[in-house]
Design a protein around this ligand. Sequence first.
Ligand code: ZN
Length: 336
Amino acid sequence: MWRVTGHDWVVSLLKGSIAEERVSHAYLFTGPPDVGKGTLALNLAQALNCLGEDKPCNECEACRKIFAGIHPDVRMVDLHYQALLRDETPAEQKELRINTIRSITQEAGLKPFEGRRKVFIIQDADRMTTKAANSLLKTLEEPPPHVILLLTASDTRLLLPTIASRCQVFVLRLAPAEIIEEELRLRHGLDAERASLLARLSGGRIGWAICAARDDSILKDREDTLRELAVLPKMGRLDRLDYAQRLVRKSDLMRETLELLLSWWRDLLLIRGGSPETINNLDSAASLEEDAHGYDLWDIVTFVKAIRRTQRELELNVDPRLALEVLMLDLPARSN
Ligand SMILES: [Zn+2]
């Protein structure tokens, strides 16, 4: 059984290709962070090597080994893997380097050890350096017959077009809140109220919702961050610049914080636009309501655009400090 939520059309296409033995040698799954790209790739790796009837059965030796990350023919390549290879910490890994890709292209030349196919899952392929991407191209162009490459990427603009053009591409969209809510209730045993809250807060990212269901500190950290973000507009220029610099130093939290900032300001926009029932941050409805009427509508629209612009700039490797400082200075003043 596929453990993928909200991407039924992709699953049925993949099932069909496996049943008819029309499997591509390379797939690229793109979509926002935590939308389920990695889970889908892992499930596909299982289905390709599954020994059971209804693939992936999740019960045979191959499925279990792949899920546990110990199958000799399925290699998960990500920044953690690279850290192990280089004997460094995961935090030191900013991009996927050529030596990491070389290690898998060499391994791809070997016959499968116990499975039917060798599968390489390259997570965050958009983080490959140009050299690394070029070295992967050769394998993508002429892969050994037993090799299948599964790439995931959040931002395809950072991928070489020649990489994407050699893969079958599936674009994964954010899942509707109802589907995530149902998943949390039925498969993860959450009560209706908590399932509904986490589904809305997730903004369509199933991976985030499942992590938050398992780990209470995620919601707590989120609340702390929201409190900080709420006072930003009341702070002076220097304090806001100082906040930008602190955020840059906590680089691993920078994207998540910006995502939260965006969800807050988008909710303000929804309230001012007369659709308060569709806000994401359900648990902060009262503060949002109060906040929304403190700003000019046009200022809210402009700032939502500024947050999106900043997110794009960060993905394109603009100096984060500069991008965040500009954003902090763009924060609108309250009109009352
Ligand atoms: Zn199986």
